[in-house]
Design a protein. Structure first.
Length: 365
């Protein structure tokens, strides 16, 4: 019997069964600490600034004044709402990167009704028409790629991405029509504020906050405690298993994407009525893509999404404040926040996997 030498790799990556909560907290806290150290080195050696002063300015970007904090909350609400919309689709492993377009279509329908029907309908009826129309159009915009995926197994990532460009074109065309000879569209219905949310505790977007808080609880309950949520989980794990279990996979895909698109359309309604009072191709502000990070890092738990969304908004505001306070270009400020985000994303690897180093160079078999 001959001896053969079995070589083991120097480094092996093994998936963890389930990381304990303490391990998750430790990994994420360690990632943030590492990010702060790396940022401090970058700030000191590249920009020549005091890292602690820069961190203070970053903090001021969100918490410096009541107005800054209110703006951060306003942006947080929009980002969280889109993250909630993506949660059921991503849990089903349907990679919906089309939330940007779904938000735009919901906002566009809201703006069109606001402009052309604002003076013709009583306010309660106007709001109901805008609400249900934006939800319906968002749902249809989500159903289109879902139908093609369920029927012909098309690539939903590419399909939903292309739908974003179509939605942007629709919005650009509609804006040109609505503005007429004016150089820009500006705020809609400035004369009578028809279609604008009323002031609640001094701000119009407080209605947005209330709606998104309700959505946060509702989506958490829907995914965790309902039959539909269970079906979404099963389909996400394996479509074959779902079929064997008697689940109508096509129905689940269509229903889930209708919900995802509907909530995105609702977000467009909230943005137009409660935040911007206008529509443009940048209404979604890239949040349709940023929300992917929010949903994924939170593992589709809407309460964790709120924390992650706040962190991302804090980093965005902090980067802008750093660039303004120290006359840095946007790239330097983005690197500072990017390092933090990179380390947080990297910590997810160590939560889900463990790295094993070879103890012996070889063994005889």
């Amino acid at each position: 019997m001959s001896n053969t030498q079995v070589k083991e790799p120097l480094i092996r990556v093994v998936k963890r069964d389930q990381a304990a909560m303490r391990q998750k907290i430790t990994a994420r806290a360690g990632a943030i600490l590492l990010a702060l150290v790396l940022d401090a080195l970058f700030i000191f050696f590249v920009t020549g600034l005091n890292p602690f002063s820069v961190y203070g300015v970053m903090f001021q970007g969100t918490f410096g004044t009541k107005i800054r904090f209110s703006w951060a909350v306003r942006d947080l609400v929009s980002l969280l709402c889109i993250g909630i919309a993506l949660a059921p689709a991503f849990k089903m492993r349907f990679w919906n990167v089309g939330a940007e377009g779904q938000v735009l279509m919901g906002g566009l329908m809201t703006a069109l009704i606001m402009v052309y029907w604002g003076n013709k309908l009583p306010l309660p009826v106007l709001f109901l028409v805008m609400l249900f129309t934006s939800i319906a159009v968002g749902a249809v915009w989500g159903l289109i790629p879902a139908f093609f995926k369920a029927k012909w197994k098309t690539n939903e990532t590419l399909f939903t991405l292309m739908m974003n460009y179509v939605a942007t074109s629709f919005v650009a065309c509609a804006v040109n029509i609505m503005r007429g000879q004016a150089s820009s569209l500006g705020k809609l219905n400035m004369g009578n504020h028809a279609g604008w949310f009323p002031m609640v505790f001094g701000q119009r977007y407080n209605i947005n906050i209330i709606v998104v808080i309700l959505l946060t609880f509702a989506m958490y309950f829907y995914l965790k405690y309902t039959k539909h949520g269970y079906e979404i989980s099963v389909v996400g794990e394996s479509e074959n298993t779902a079929c064997y279990a008697g689940i109508n996979v096509t129905k689940v895909i269509l229903r889930t994407m209708a919900i995802s698109g509907a909530i995105s359309g609702l977000c467009g309604f909230l943005i137009v009525c409660g935040r911007d009072q206008t529509i443009s191709t940048t209404t979604a502000g890239g949040n349709g893509f940023t929300a992917i990070i929010v949903a994924w890092l939170a593992k589709f738990n809407t309460f964790y999404m709120a924390l992650i969304a706040f962190l991302l908004v804090f980093l965005q505001k902090g980067a802008a404040e750093i660039a303004s306070a120290y006359s840095l270009n946007d790239y330097a400020a983005s690197i500072i926040t990017g390092i933090i985000l990179f380390c947080i994303l990297g910590s997810e690897f160590f939560i889900n996997y463990k790295v094993i180093f070879r103890r012996e160079r070889s063994k005889k078999a």
